[in-house]
Structure formats: structure tokens, C-alpha cells
Design a protein around this ligand. Structure first.
Ligand code: EPU
Length: 422
């Protein structure tokens, strides 16, 4: 067991390179299941979740080579796949549910353990299920498993999502690419990670129109071919570095970043007083004053991302003024606020609103990461807190941030992994 120990007060400066997005690569790995043969992914982040997804694919019958040092994963997909995703892996990583669509398409049947709730909310699957049912699948829940079958194959359908769910859009999309006929997904998610999956599926031979819009039109094809694909850069890691520059009064060049994927968040940083400049292949963020408080409302893309909400609460916690933060995606994402309060932050939550009154100074303390982004938010707060902050439950951070501590050290932070006594 380890914790991250931070001695606050250093200004971060220098360059950091962002690699591929966690929330894309896990789905790209699942999409590989759709085509027998070898698919190779590059720009793969060296994170725990990629290892868990690799293990899941192995259990389904694939040979998986992880070369995370070079950001590469090769997946050899057999003609005949297993079709069961067990609870021991699904409970470790909810994104395991992404194999639902591809396995149903390939095997005509799939059993995936129900992920249950997690630290950021209940996270239902109703839209995944109703979409697959519209495409001809029978779905039941037995002994904690979601079992879907379509012995006669899936057929195209019109699917209207109640909410532009990222996961449901992906499940239906991956089921639709080899279904018979035309599927139209309305109110589809528009995240850059959805566009990335569409791009890979199109390269595999799928017919998809409307990637990046609210209407995805898919004309099913009989089969797909394996490909090589580079993962889209991680906009949430990019945003985390941008806030790191702003909160520490720093100066960071973020390479391999796509500023166009986080316009609202960058605009908020400018409002907070940061100097944000787009450069070739990335961006540059510099701050030379105390940040001003900025209100945030999380929404599906292109709205402000929920995955940057904790980092912006940390920024507001030391800003000049008071900010109202509204969380519209995950009901329990304010849980980490109790930890931030242990660092001296003044945050009051009421339903899906948090009122953050900026303090002149936070003070270091032991705190616990409750999820990946909460962990990132607490590390950012620790960077500016006076004294020592230790962030426990580091495994959450390892799920989403590759080489985080090394990068922070190179940028000038005093941070290290320390064993927890006992
Ligand atoms: N929802 C339902 N029913 C469904 C599907 C979703 O009620 O059938 C609800 C969820 O409970 C949630 C909301 O809709 O309240 C949004 O869920 P969505 O399906 O859009 O999110 P997700 O696919 O579960 C992905 C990311 C999250 C990210 C969200 C929103 C992955 C593996 N996860 O989750 O990332 O916050 O989209 O952008 O792609 C993270 O990286 O820290 C993280 C939580």
C-alpha cells in the first residue's frame, strides 16, 4: 500500500506530453473484438485500466501483448471467442461493460457481470439494454449477470437515447456496425472519444455517418478487418495539467494536446486569469496571479466535462471569490469534497450544487482519493497546500494517469510515493 506524499508550495514549470485517452483506448480494445486477426493500438497510456482490459480480452480468448513502455497494445482476436465477462474484472473496472456490444455482435450471446454502483454514482445500463432490445436482442438479468442473446443476429433499428450517454452510444454503435441493415442513434454522445471509436470502426470497414454529431447513422456490413490505430490524446489529462499550471502560478507547455477538445474548460481557465495559448501540437498555460473564482456547470460534450469538475473545485478552493459548481452527470461526484475540506477548503454542497468560497491558503493533511478525478483534484490541492499532504488510495489515480508522479517531479513538484506503515 502506498500514498502520494506532497510538500506544497512549488510552482510547476516545463513541458509535459499527453498520451492517448483512457476513455477511448478501453473502447478501442473492445472494438478490436469485432474483427478476427491482429489489431494494434498506439498512443496507449500506461495505466492500470489498460492492463485490466488486456486481462479481460485474454479471458475471452485473445492473445494480448501490452508494450506500455512504447504505448502499444496488440490484440490477436480468434475466430471463436468466449462470451463471458466475470465479476472479478468488471467490479475492478466498470468499462468492462464495453465488451457487451462487440461480443453480442460476434457470438450472438454475451454474459457480462453487472458492475453495480461505484464511488461516483449508480450508473445505470437501461439505455444500453433498450437499444440492444430494439435491435432484436433478448436481455435478462440472472445471478448478477446481464445476459443478452440474438441467435438470429442483430438487425438495424432507430434508437433514441433519453440522454447522450457515452457508454450506451458505444454499446449500440459496436452492436450496429455488423447488424443487418441501418441503425440510427439519435441524441448520441458527441465526445471526441466517440469520434475516435467511429474513426477506428470506419477504418475497419464499418459504414458510419455523423461521428461527432447527435445523430449516428450506421449501415451494417457483414464483417470487419483488423487495423492499426492511434488513440486520441487524453483531453482530461490535458485539462488536469492546465489546472496544475493555473493553481500553482506555473507555466506548463502541454504537448500532444488537442485544445479544440476542451474549449469550455480552457475558456474557464482564461476567465480565472490564466494565459492560455494554442501552439503547434498542444497548448501553453501560464498563470502569474491568484486565480479568480469561476462557476462551472458539467454537461455532456461539448459542455464542461464532469471529469474535470474536481480539479476545478480544487482551483476554486484557493481562488479569489466564490464559485458555484453544478454537477449534472454523476450524483455522487461531490463525495471527495469532504476530503478537500480536510485541507481547509470552504465548500458547501447541496444536491448537485457546490458553493466554493476561495481561501487564501490550504493546509496539508492526509486525505483519501475516492475516484480517479477526485484523486487528481486532491493532488492539485496538495500542490498548493502549506505543509505535507498525503493522498491515500493511490490505485484510483493509477487507473487514469500514466507516469503522473514522474511528470509532476519533472515539472518541479515535491511529490513521491511512500509506503504506508502497517
Ligand atoms: N446512465 C443511465 N443509463 C444508461 C447509461 C447511463 O442512467 O443506460 C447515466 C449514468 O448513470 C450517468 C450518466 O447517464 O449518470 C452519464 O453516463 P455515461 O453513460 O455518459 O457515462 P459512462 O459511459 O458511464 C464515461 C466515462 C466517464 C465519464 C462519462 C461522461 C468511460 C470508461 N467512462 O462514463 O469517465 O465521466 O463517460 O463523460 O468512458 C472517468 O474517466 O473518471 C470517468 C468516470
Amino acid at each position: 500500500m502506498e500514498a502520494l506524499q506532497i510538500i506544497g508550495g512549488n510552482r510547476l514549470a516545463g513541458s509535459v506530453r499527453v498520451t492517448g485517452a483512457k476513455n477511448s483506448v478501453l473502447k478501442l480494445m473492445a472494438a478490436a473484438l469485432l474483427a478476427p486477426g491482429r489489431t494494434t493500438l498506439t498512443e496507449v497510456p500506461g495505466i492500470l485500466d489498460v492492463e485490466i482490459m488486456g486481462e479481460l480480452l485474454r479471458r475471452l480468448g485473445c492473445a494480448v501483448e501490452l508494450d506500455l513502455g512504447h504505448g502499444r497494445v496488440s490484440i490477436d482476436v480468434p475466430e471463436s471467442l468466449e462470451h463471458r465477462a466475470d465479476y472479478d474484472l468488471v467490479r475492478r473496472m466498470r468499462a468492462s461493460i464495453t465488451v457487451l456490444g462487440p461480443l453480442l455482435a460476434r457470438c450472438g450471446v454475451v454474459d457480462v457481470a453487472l458492475p453495480g454502483g461505484d464511488n461516483i454514482g449508480s450508473r445505470g445500463l437501461d439505455m444500453h439494454v433498450s437499444g440492444l432490445q430494439r435491435m432484436g436482442a433478448e436481455v435478462t438479468i440472472e445471478h448478477g449477470y446481464l445476459i443478452a442473446s440474438a441467435p438470429e443476429g442483430l438487425h438495424g433499428a432507430s434508437v433514441w437515447l433519453d440522454f447522450p450517454s457515452v457508454g450506451a452510444t458505444e454499446t449500440i454503435l459496436m452492436a450496429a456496425v455488423t447488424a443487418a441493415g441501418r441503425t440510427v442513434i439519435d441524441n448520441a454522445a458527441r465526445e471526441p472519444e466517440i469520434v475516435d471509436i467511429c474513426q477506428m470502426l470506419i477504418d475497419m470497414g464499418a459504414h458510419i455517418d455523423g461521428a461527432g454529431t447527435s445523430t449516428l447513422e450506421v449501415e451494417g456490413v457483414p464483417s470487419l478487418r483488423p487495423v492499426q490505430h492511434a488513440t486520441v490524446p487524453d483531453r482530461i489529462v490535458t485539462g488536469t495539467w492546465a489546472v496544475a499550471a493555473a493553481i500553482t502560478g506555473g507555466d506548463i507547455t502541454i504537448e500532444n494536446a488537442r485544445p479544440e477538445h476542451l474549449q469550455i474548460a480552457l475558456d474557464k481557465l482564461s476567465t480565472a486569469g490564466a494565459d492560455v495559448t494554442e501552439i503547434d501540437d498542444g497548448l501553453h498555460v501560464r498563470m502569474d496571479r491568484r486565480p479568480a473564482a469561476v462557476d462551472i456547470v458539467t454537461l455532456p460534450y461539448p459542455g464542461f466535462p464532469t471529469d474535470l469538475q474536481p480539479q476545478f473545485i480544487a482551483l476554486n478552493a484557493v481562488a479569489q471569490g466564490t464559485a458555484l459548481v453544478t454537477e449534472n452527470l454523476f450524483e455522487a461526484r461531490f463525495r471527495f469534497v469532504h476530503e478537500l475540506v480536510r485541507l481547509g477548503a470552504d465548500v458547501q454542497t447541496e444536491g448537485h450544487h457546490a458553493l466554493v468560497r476561495g481561501r487564501d491558503q490550504l493546509s496539508g493533511a492526509p486525505v483519501e482519493a475516492t475516484d480517479i478525478r477526485a484523486g487528481a483534484g486532491l493532488v492539485l490541492a496538495g500542490l498548493v497546500a502549506e505543509g505535507v499532504t498525503s493522498v491515500h488510495e493511490v490505485h484510483h489515480i493509477d487507473r487514469g494517469y500514466a507516469g503522473f508522479v514522474d511528470d509532476l517531479v519533472r515539472l518541479g513538484a515535491q511529490i513521491s510515493r511512500v509506503p504506508i506503515p502497517g
